[in-house]
Design a protein around this ligand. Structure first.
Ligand code: ADP
Ligand code: LRH
Length: 477
């Protein structure tokens, strides 16, 4: 018997990769065929994604993939989009969600429309960069546009010529009705947005189309290759591949962001949840990711950039020797959202909150990791309280699972065992949804079981000084 090969294009906010996987009964071998940085570019005052550069890298990755490839799926970060005119021409370069064009827009929309309606319909955390606020900020751009495509859908369009809106990523726009699973006519009308922009929805597992002839020629992929919709929101793919063996699990999808929460069968839309600013994002098989965005390793990434990208493992080893819980920040403070000098912002925040100023690089890194561990604790406890879902283990997946110190601090802070890995959970979730669509694996539980049995995981039992963590959590509150 042959084990079919699937490819995942996974674009994170900090890097992209094309991975291939051979998947069969009890087999899941993931191979990286191409990896590339994802660097935002500022031009004339606007922060953009280098989307054509990323697409070029997608084509390079497909060229490097083995010829027996059956199917490819694309996922990326959420909320961002490109606009097409009636000829399918891209109108303007897609803007980065950290751009300042949305400054003050969310506050205006909330005041006009009301939090209650926005939350009851979309179930989304109020984040200033949700697609809906970007569209209001860019209203003038919408006139000439015929179609809005979220990033993975735009890349799929370039590969196949087919348009659509994959459901999990559509759930991050703020315009999808979380209960009905359709675009919300109510919100679109209320905001005066052109509804024609929003294409029909498609489900993870649906075949989108075949490569355009010029794509097949340029990359050497087979003319019959299936470009398959996956859970195209990277976080949805990551959580689909969490190696949970019990229903009582929490997760932290830990990369540029830490997405911290639980998986539920239905959304939680009450007032308490809205005030705690929890989100209800769509997952595979109608699951709901009930979570909050924690600012995540962005604080570390952006500090590293300011320092000229020194060696990360060496810096983490030094941070390990810095005394614990000395300098702390609230990572969710909006002041940390935009790019720019991160170490100075961190130092100023510590001083303002009455903590000693971190002076060395190692002290800044320790401050970030202690603070993230505390934010993981706070958010997970809130998710449990608001959802009523009990949690006995925390799965930490994504690039952050390579950070041994962060995993240990998170276990200590949460007072729960942390299972770290896989690093490439998102790519795994991506290929597993394709494999399922092609009849190779079964339901979500079977997908997770396959990940648990085939991937290398590390387990951290909670230890450390529980009273010190509780006290630090109180001091930050
Ligand atoms: P995203 O998908 O948001 O781009 P990733 O899941 O790729 O993010 O994770 C990137 C993060 O992984 C980096 O910011 C870094 O903190 C962490 N990371 C990468 N390599 C290592 C390493 N060798 N040791 C510790 N952490 C690492
Ligand atoms: C993580 C992520 C997250 C979104 C953010 C914009 O990459 O998709 O789930 O909130 O990017």
């Amino acid at each position: 018997t042959t084990t079919p090969t699937f490819a995942a294009v996974d674009l994170g906010a900090s890097s992209g990769r094309v991975m291939t996987a051979r998947i069969g009964a009890g087999t899941l071998d993931l191979t990286e065929v191409h990896r590339f940085p994802n660097r935002p570019v500022r031009a004339n005052g606007t922060l953009y994604w280098d989307l054509l550069g990323l697409y070029g890298n997608v084509l390079d990755g497909l060229r490097a993939a083995p010829p027996e490839l059956v199917s490819v799926g694309i996922d990326s970060w959420a909320v961002d989009y490109g606009l097409l005119d009636g000829n399918g021409t891209l109108l303007g370069n897609p803007v980065h969600y950290r751009d300042t064009r949305t400054d003050g827009v969310m506050e205006r929309v909330r005041a006009e429309v009301g939090d209650d309606l926005l939350y009851q319909v979309s179930g989304l955390q109020f984040l200033p960069f949700n697609t809906v606020y970007q569209l209001v900020a860019a209203r003038a751009d919408l006139e000439r546009a015929e179609t809005l495509l979220l990033i993975p859908d735009l890349l799929a369009f370039w590969l196949t010529g087919q348009v659509g809106a994959e459901r999990t990523n559509a759930s991050t726009t703020g315009l999808l009705d979380v209960r009905e699973g359709v675009w919300s006519g109510t919100l679109i009308e209320r905001l005066g947005l052109p509804g024609r922009l929003l294409p029909g929805l498609r489900e993870p597992g649906e075949v989108i189309g075949r490569p355009r002839p010029e794509v097949a020629e340029e990359t050497g992929v087979a003319a019959g290759l299936a470009v398959t919709a996956v859970a195209s929101h990277d976080t949805a793919s990551a959580v689909a591949a969490v190696p949970a063996t019990t229903g009582r699990f929490g997760y932290i999808s830990c990369g540029t962001w830490s997405l911290v929460g639980v998986e539920l069968p239905a959304p939680v839309l009450g007032e308490e949840s809205r005030k705690a600013n929890f989100t209800n994002e769509g997952g595979v098989d109608g699951t709901v990711r009930y979570l909050r965005n924690v600012m995540g390793l962005w604080l570390l990434q952006e500090s590293m950039r300011a320092w000229g990208s020194p060696d990360l493992p060496a810096l983490l080893a030094e941070a390990e020797r810095v005394p614990a819980l000395r300098s702390l920040v609230d990572p969710d403070d909006p002041e940390f959202l935009p790019p720019g000098d991160m170490p100075s912002r961190i130092a100023a925040h510590c001083v303002r909150r009455g903590f000693p100023e971190p002076r060395t690089r190692a002290e800044v890194v320790r401050c970030v990791l202690d603070s993230l561990a505390l934010a993981h604790r706070r958010t997970l406890r809130e998710a449990v309280r608001l959802s009523g879902r009990e949690v006995e283990v925390v799965h930490l997946v994504g690039g952050g699972s390579r950070n041994d110190l962060l995993c240990r601090l998170t276990a200590d802070a949460c007072g729960l065992p942390v299972v770290a890995g896989p690093v490439e959970a998102t790519a795994l979730g991506n290929v597993l949804v394709q494999a399922r669509a092609h009849g190779v694996v079964g339901d979500l539980a079977e997908m997770r079981d396959l990940v648990a049995r085939t991937q290398t995981l590390r387990r951290y039992e909670p230890g450390g000084d529980a009273a010190a963590w509780a006290e630090a959590a109180d001091r930050l509150r």
